[in-house]
Design a protein around this ligand. Structure first.
Ligand SMILES: *Cc1c(COP(=O)(O)O)cnc(C)c1O
Length: 355
Protein backbone atom coordinates (compact mmCIF):
# COMPACT_ATOMS: atom_id res chain seq x y z
CA UNK A 1 0.00 0.00 0.00
CA UNK A 2 1.21 3.47 -0.81
CA UNK A 3 1.18 5.97 2.05
CA UNK A 4 -0.54 9.26 1.36
CA UNK A 5 1.58 11.59 -0.75
CA UNK A 6 2.71 14.92 0.69
CA UNK A 7 1.74 18.33 -0.60
CA UNK A 8 5.23 18.78 -2.01
CA UNK A 9 6.45 22.37 -2.47
CA UNK A 10 10.15 21.48 -2.57
CA UNK A 11 12.39 23.75 -4.65
CA UNK A 12 14.43 20.88 -6.11
CA UNK A 13 14.54 17.96 -6.38
CA UNK A 14 10.85 18.62 -6.50
CA UNK A 15 7.45 17.19 -7.31
CA UNK A 16 7.14 14.91 -10.34
CA UNK A 17 3.82 14.20 -12.06
CA UNK A 18 2.13 11.25 -10.34
CA UNK A 19 1.18 9.61 -13.68
CA UNK A 20 4.88 9.65 -14.61
CA UNK A 21 5.89 8.03 -11.33
CA UNK A 22 3.19 5.40 -11.83
CA UNK A 23 4.35 4.74 -15.38
CA UNK A 24 7.94 4.35 -14.12
CA UNK A 25 6.69 1.99 -11.43
CA UNK A 26 4.75 -0.16 -13.92
CA UNK A 27 7.79 -0.57 -16.15
CA UNK A 28 10.50 -0.54 -13.52
CA UNK A 29 11.27 -4.25 -13.33
CA UNK A 30 10.37 -5.17 -16.89
CA UNK A 31 10.55 -2.27 -19.30
CA UNK A 32 7.91 -2.81 -21.97
CA UNK A 33 8.36 -6.57 -22.01
CA UNK A 34 12.11 -6.43 -22.61
CA UNK A 35 12.75 -8.34 -19.37
CA UNK A 36 14.95 -5.72 -17.77
CA UNK A 37 14.85 -2.25 -16.25
CA UNK A 38 15.97 0.92 -18.04
CA UNK A 39 18.64 1.13 -15.32
CA UNK A 40 20.02 -2.24 -16.43
CA UNK A 41 20.13 -1.54 -20.18
CA UNK A 42 23.27 -0.79 -22.10
CA UNK A 43 23.34 2.87 -23.01
CA UNK A 44 24.55 1.64 -26.43
CA UNK A 45 21.50 -0.59 -26.99
CA UNK A 46 18.93 0.35 -29.64
CA UNK A 47 16.29 0.28 -26.89
CA UNK A 48 18.02 2.99 -24.89
CA UNK A 49 18.84 4.87 -28.10
CA UNK A 50 15.10 5.06 -28.73
CA UNK A 51 14.41 6.25 -25.16
CA UNK A 52 17.03 8.99 -25.53
CA UNK A 53 15.79 10.05 -28.97
CA UNK A 54 12.22 10.08 -27.70
CA UNK A 55 13.19 12.44 -24.88
CA UNK A 56 14.98 14.74 -27.36
CA UNK A 57 12.04 14.68 -29.76
CA UNK A 58 9.48 15.43 -27.04
CA UNK A 59 11.45 18.39 -25.72
CA UNK A 60 12.17 19.62 -29.24
CA UNK A 61 8.48 19.40 -30.15
CA UNK A 62 7.44 21.38 -27.06
CA UNK A 63 9.85 24.19 -27.90
CA UNK A 64 9.30 24.09 -31.66
CA UNK A 65 13.06 23.62 -31.88
CA UNK A 66 14.54 25.20 -35.01
CA UNK A 67 16.94 23.16 -37.22
CA UNK A 68 19.75 25.44 -36.09
CA UNK A 69 19.59 23.98 -32.58
CA UNK A 70 19.80 20.57 -30.92
CA UNK A 71 18.92 18.98 -27.58
CA UNK A 72 21.74 17.63 -25.43
CA UNK A 73 21.79 15.78 -22.10
CA UNK A 74 24.76 16.29 -19.80
CA UNK A 75 25.64 15.62 -16.18
CA UNK A 76 27.18 17.81 -13.48
CA UNK A 77 24.06 19.90 -12.96
CA UNK A 78 23.46 23.46 -14.05
CA UNK A 79 26.55 24.26 -11.98
CA UNK A 80 28.81 22.50 -14.47
CA UNK A 81 27.40 24.79 -17.17
CA UNK A 82 28.66 27.77 -15.18
CA UNK A 83 32.13 26.47 -16.18
CA UNK A 84 31.38 24.92 -19.60
CA UNK A 85 29.81 28.11 -20.97
CA UNK A 86 32.94 30.28 -20.59
CA UNK A 87 35.26 27.38 -21.50
CA UNK A 88 33.43 26.87 -24.80
CA UNK A 89 32.14 30.36 -25.54
CA UNK A 90 34.67 32.73 -23.97
CA UNK A 91 33.96 35.97 -22.15
CA UNK A 92 30.38 36.94 -21.39
CA UNK A 93 28.38 39.73 -19.79
CA UNK A 94 26.25 38.52 -16.90
CA UNK A 95 23.05 39.91 -15.42
CA UNK A 96 23.19 39.23 -11.72
CA UNK A 97 19.75 38.48 -10.30
CA UNK A 98 20.71 36.34 -7.33
CA UNK A 99 22.56 33.36 -5.95
CA UNK A 100 22.76 31.32 -9.14
CA UNK A 101 23.80 34.22 -11.38
CA UNK A 102 26.43 35.13 -8.77
CA UNK A 103 27.75 31.59 -8.82
CA UNK A 104 27.87 31.62 -12.62
CA UNK A 105 29.94 34.83 -12.53
CA UNK A 106 32.25 33.47 -9.84
CA UNK A 107 32.92 30.30 -11.82
CA UNK A 108 33.43 32.20 -15.09
CA UNK A 109 36.05 34.36 -13.37
CA UNK A 110 38.14 31.29 -12.53
CA UNK A 111 38.42 30.80 -16.30
CA UNK A 112 38.71 34.32 -17.68
CA UNK A 113 36.93 37.61 -17.61
CA UNK A 114 33.21 37.93 -16.86
CA UNK A 115 31.45 41.29 -16.92
CA UNK A 116 28.63 42.06 -14.54
CA UNK A 117 26.22 44.01 -16.74
CA UNK A 118 23.54 44.59 -14.07
CA UNK A 119 22.92 43.63 -10.46
CA UNK A 120 20.09 43.97 -7.97
CA UNK A 121 22.20 43.02 -4.96
CA UNK A 122 21.61 46.32 -3.11
CA UNK A 123 17.85 45.74 -3.33
CA UNK A 124 18.04 42.21 -1.88
CA UNK A 125 17.50 40.69 -5.34
CA UNK A 126 13.81 41.60 -5.27
CA UNK A 127 13.62 42.38 -8.96
CA UNK A 128 14.88 41.52 -12.41
CA UNK A 129 15.55 44.33 -14.93
CA UNK A 130 12.45 46.14 -16.14
CA UNK A 131 11.21 45.45 -19.67
CA UNK A 132 12.92 47.77 -22.12
CA UNK A 133 15.92 48.35 -19.88
CA UNK A 134 19.19 48.04 -21.79
CA UNK A 135 22.56 46.88 -20.50
CA UNK A 136 26.19 47.65 -20.89
CA UNK A 137 27.44 44.70 -22.89
CA UNK A 138 31.16 45.32 -23.45
CA UNK A 139 32.56 44.73 -26.94
CA UNK A 140 34.63 41.71 -25.89
CA UNK A 141 31.57 39.90 -24.49
CA UNK A 142 30.55 37.02 -26.78
CA UNK A 143 27.13 36.61 -25.12
CA UNK A 144 24.76 37.95 -22.50
CA UNK A 145 24.02 35.46 -19.72
CA UNK A 146 20.96 35.64 -17.50
CA UNK A 147 18.93 33.46 -15.14
CA UNK A 148 15.31 33.37 -16.31
CA UNK A 149 13.88 32.34 -12.94
CA UNK A 150 15.57 32.94 -9.61
CA UNK A 151 14.65 29.89 -7.58
CA UNK A 152 15.92 31.28 -4.28
CA UNK A 153 14.66 34.90 -4.40
CA UNK A 154 11.45 34.08 -6.26
CA UNK A 155 11.86 36.48 -9.16
CA UNK A 156 11.39 35.76 -12.86
CA UNK A 157 11.91 37.49 -16.17
CA UNK A 158 8.63 38.01 -17.99
CA UNK A 159 10.35 39.28 -21.14
CA UNK A 160 13.48 38.49 -23.13
CA UNK A 161 16.46 40.78 -22.44
CA UNK A 162 16.47 43.53 -25.07
CA UNK A 163 19.78 42.76 -26.72
CA UNK A 164 20.49 41.86 -30.32
CA UNK A 165 23.56 39.79 -29.43
CA UNK A 166 23.64 36.09 -28.52
CA UNK A 167 21.88 35.05 -25.32
CA UNK A 168 22.80 32.31 -22.87
CA UNK A 169 20.21 31.44 -20.25
CA UNK A 170 20.11 29.34 -17.11
CA UNK A 171 16.50 28.12 -17.25
CA UNK A 172 16.88 25.51 -14.52
CA UNK A 173 13.77 26.41 -12.58
CA UNK A 174 11.35 27.37 -15.34
CA UNK A 175 12.26 24.97 -18.15
CA UNK A 176 9.06 23.45 -19.61
CA UNK A 177 6.95 26.10 -17.87
CA UNK A 178 6.30 28.46 -20.83
CA UNK A 179 7.12 28.91 -24.52
CA UNK A 180 10.45 30.46 -25.55
CA UNK A 181 11.73 31.62 -28.93
CA UNK A 182 14.75 29.31 -28.97
CA UNK A 183 16.19 30.98 -32.08
CA UNK A 184 17.12 34.00 -29.92
CA UNK A 185 19.50 31.86 -27.85
CA UNK A 186 22.91 30.38 -28.42
CA UNK A 187 22.40 28.21 -25.38
CA UNK A 188 19.67 27.37 -22.88
CA UNK A 189 20.57 25.02 -20.04
CA UNK A 190 18.56 23.58 -17.19
CA UNK A 191 19.21 21.16 -14.37
CA UNK A 192 16.19 18.87 -14.67
CA UNK A 193 15.39 18.49 -10.99
CA UNK A 194 13.38 21.67 -10.58
CA UNK A 195 10.56 21.66 -13.12
CA UNK A 196 11.48 18.94 -15.60
CA UNK A 197 12.60 15.65 -14.09
CA UNK A 198 14.87 13.91 -11.61
CA UNK A 199 18.29 15.14 -10.50
CA UNK A 200 21.50 14.17 -12.29
CA UNK A 201 20.60 15.25 -15.81
CA UNK A 202 21.02 18.68 -17.38
CA UNK A 203 19.19 19.49 -20.59
CA UNK A 204 20.61 21.90 -23.15
CA UNK A 205 19.04 23.56 -26.18
CA UNK A 206 22.16 24.60 -28.04
CA UNK A 207 22.94 26.29 -31.33
CA UNK A 208 24.77 23.82 -33.57
CA UNK A 209 27.49 26.33 -34.45
CA UNK A 210 28.53 26.00 -30.79
CA UNK A 211 27.81 22.33 -30.19
CA UNK A 212 29.56 21.18 -33.37
CA UNK A 213 32.70 23.35 -33.55
CA UNK A 214 34.91 24.00 -30.57
CA UNK A 215 36.33 27.50 -30.45
CA UNK A 216 37.14 27.75 -26.77
CA UNK A 217 40.32 27.58 -24.77
CA UNK A 218 42.52 24.80 -26.29
CA UNK A 219 43.45 23.65 -22.78
CA UNK A 220 39.83 22.66 -22.17
CA UNK A 221 39.54 18.92 -21.40
CA UNK A 222 37.67 16.98 -24.09
CA UNK A 223 34.92 16.00 -21.65
CA UNK A 224 34.10 19.69 -21.08
CA UNK A 225 33.73 20.58 -24.78
CA UNK A 226 30.21 20.63 -26.21
CA UNK A 227 31.23 18.98 -29.52
CA UNK A 228 32.63 15.94 -27.67
CA UNK A 229 29.14 15.12 -26.42
CA UNK A 230 27.14 16.52 -29.35
CA UNK A 231 28.98 14.42 -31.93
CA UNK A 232 28.07 11.29 -29.95
CA UNK A 233 24.44 12.29 -29.41
CA UNK A 234 25.06 12.91 -25.67
CA UNK A 235 26.44 9.33 -25.38
CA UNK A 236 30.18 10.07 -25.35
CA UNK A 237 30.35 8.46 -21.93
CA UNK A 238 27.69 6.69 -19.88
CA UNK A 239 24.85 9.18 -19.40
CA UNK A 240 22.31 9.32 -16.59
CA UNK A 241 20.20 6.90 -18.56
CA UNK A 242 17.40 6.59 -16.01
CA UNK A 243 17.25 10.37 -15.58
CA UNK A 244 16.93 10.87 -19.34
CA UNK A 245 14.15 8.27 -19.45
CA UNK A 246 12.15 10.02 -16.72
CA UNK A 247 12.80 13.46 -18.24
CA UNK A 248 11.37 12.13 -21.51
CA UNK A 249 8.26 10.88 -19.71
CA UNK A 250 7.78 14.27 -18.04
CA UNK A 251 8.10 16.04 -21.40
CA UNK A 252 5.49 13.64 -22.81
CA UNK A 253 3.24 14.37 -19.82
CA UNK A 254 3.59 18.12 -20.47
CA UNK A 255 2.62 17.53 -24.11
CA UNK A 256 -0.44 15.67 -22.85
CA UNK A 257 -1.45 18.83 -20.93
CA UNK A 258 -1.37 20.89 -24.13
CA UNK A 259 1.27 23.33 -25.38
CA UNK A 260 3.85 25.28 -23.39
CA UNK A 261 1.59 28.29 -23.92
CA UNK A 262 -1.21 26.41 -22.11
CA UNK A 263 1.25 25.53 -19.37
CA UNK A 264 2.28 29.17 -19.03
CA UNK A 265 -1.33 30.29 -18.77
CA UNK A 266 -2.03 27.71 -16.10
CA UNK A 267 1.13 28.59 -14.16
CA UNK A 268 0.34 32.33 -14.25
CA UNK A 269 -3.19 31.70 -12.97
CA UNK A 270 -1.98 29.40 -10.20
CA UNK A 271 0.72 31.84 -9.09
CA UNK A 272 -1.82 34.68 -9.22
CA UNK A 273 -4.10 32.84 -6.82
CA UNK A 274 -1.29 32.19 -4.35
CA UNK A 275 0.03 35.78 -4.46
CA UNK A 276 -3.53 37.03 -3.95
CA UNK A 277 -3.80 34.95 -0.77
CA UNK A 278 -0.50 36.43 0.44
CA UNK A 279 -1.41 40.01 -0.49
CA UNK A 280 -4.87 39.96 1.08
CA UNK A 281 -3.52 39.00 4.50
CA UNK A 282 -1.50 41.58 6.45
CA UNK A 283 0.40 38.80 8.26
CA UNK A 284 2.12 37.82 5.00
CA UNK A 285 4.35 39.87 2.70
CA UNK A 286 5.85 38.85 -0.63
CA UNK A 287 9.63 39.15 -1.12
CA UNK A 288 9.75 39.95 -4.84
CA UNK A 289 8.61 43.22 -6.37
CA UNK A 290 5.22 42.52 -7.99
CA UNK A 291 6.39 43.01 -11.59
CA UNK A 292 9.22 40.50 -11.06
CA UNK A 293 7.26 37.83 -9.24
CA UNK A 294 8.04 34.25 -10.19
CA UNK A 295 5.30 31.91 -11.36
CA UNK A 296 7.39 29.00 -10.12
CA UNK A 297 8.87 29.95 -6.71
CA UNK A 298 6.71 32.12 -4.46
CA UNK A 299 8.76 33.71 -1.67
CA UNK A 300 7.11 35.41 1.29
CA UNK A 301 7.48 36.23 4.95
CA UNK A 302 5.48 36.52 8.13
CA UNK A 303 5.87 39.18 10.79
CA UNK A 304 8.51 37.24 12.76
CA UNK A 305 10.68 34.13 12.54
CA UNK A 306 8.59 32.72 15.42
CA UNK A 307 5.38 33.13 13.42
CA UNK A 308 7.06 31.41 10.46
CA UNK A 309 8.27 28.54 12.65
CA UNK A 310 4.74 28.07 14.01
CA UNK A 311 3.31 28.14 10.47
CA UNK A 312 5.85 25.56 9.29
CA UNK A 313 4.98 23.32 12.21
CA UNK A 314 1.27 23.43 11.43
CA UNK A 315 2.05 22.87 7.74
CA UNK A 316 4.31 19.90 8.52
CA UNK A 317 1.62 18.31 10.68
CA UNK A 318 -0.89 18.72 7.84
CA UNK A 319 1.16 16.91 5.18
CA UNK A 320 2.97 19.88 3.62
CA UNK A 321 6.67 19.72 2.79
CA UNK A 322 9.24 22.17 1.42
CA UNK A 323 7.74 25.49 2.54
CA UNK A 324 10.79 26.80 4.38
CA UNK A 325 12.63 29.57 2.52
CA UNK A 326 16.21 29.09 1.35
CA UNK A 327 18.68 29.75 4.17
CA UNK A 328 20.12 32.77 2.34
CA UNK A 329 16.75 34.58 2.12
CA UNK A 330 14.82 33.14 5.06
CA UNK A 331 11.06 33.31 5.32
CA UNK A 332 8.85 30.95 3.38
CA UNK A 333 8.84 29.66 -0.17
CA UNK A 334 6.36 27.59 -2.11
CA UNK A 335 7.66 26.09 -5.35
CA UNK A 336 4.62 25.55 -7.54
CA UNK A 337 6.18 23.73 -10.47
CA UNK A 338 4.18 22.15 -13.30
CA UNK A 339 3.82 18.86 -11.44
CA UNK A 340 2.40 20.30 -8.21
CA UNK A 341 -1.27 19.30 -8.37
CA UNK A 342 -4.01 21.96 -8.22
CA UNK A 343 -5.28 20.17 -5.12
CA UNK A 344 -1.96 20.83 -3.33
CA UNK A 345 -2.11 24.50 -4.29
CA UNK A 346 -5.72 24.73 -3.08
CA UNK A 347 -4.70 23.09 0.20
CA UNK A 348 -1.87 25.61 0.64
CA UNK A 349 -4.18 28.55 0.01
CA UNK A 350 -6.64 27.15 2.56
CA UNK A 351 -3.81 26.70 5.04
CA UNK A 352 -2.68 30.33 4.59
CA UNK A 353 -6.23 31.51 5.15
CA UNK A 354 -6.81 29.27 8.18
CA UNK A 355 -3.55 29.72 10.07
C1 LIG B 1 19.20 24.69 -8.73
C2 LIG B 1 19.72 25.69 -9.67
C3 LIG B 1 21.05 25.65 -10.12
C4 LIG B 1 22.04 24.61 -9.66
O1 LIG B 1 21.67 23.37 -10.13
P1 LIG B 1 22.58 22.07 -9.89
O2 LIG B 1 21.90 21.07 -10.75
O3 LIG B 1 22.50 21.75 -8.43
O4 LIG B 1 23.96 22.37 -10.31
C5 LIG B 1 21.45 26.60 -11.03
N1 LIG B 1 20.61 27.56 -11.47
C6 LIG B 1 19.33 27.63 -11.05
C7 LIG B 1 18.44 28.71 -11.57
C8 LIG B 1 18.85 26.71 -10.13
O5 LIG B 1 17.57 26.77 -9.70
Amino acid sequence: MMSERKHNFNAGPAALPLPVLQQVQRHLVDHRGLGLSVMEMSHRSPEFGEICDHAKRSIGALYDLPDTHEVMFLQGGASLQFAMVPLNMGTGAYINTGTWSSKAIKEARTIGEAHEAWTDKENGFRAVPAAGQSFDVPKDARYLHYTSNNTIYGTQWHHTPPTTGPLVCDMSSDFLSRPIDVSRYDLIYAGAQKNAGPSGVTVLLIRKTISRAFEGDPKTPLILRYPTQAEKGSLYNTPNSFGIYVLGLVAEWVRGQGSLADMAERNAARAGRLYAAIDEDPRFSGHAEPSSRSHMNVTFRMESPEAEAAFLETAGASGFIGLKGHRSVGGLRASIYNAVPDAALDALISLLRAS
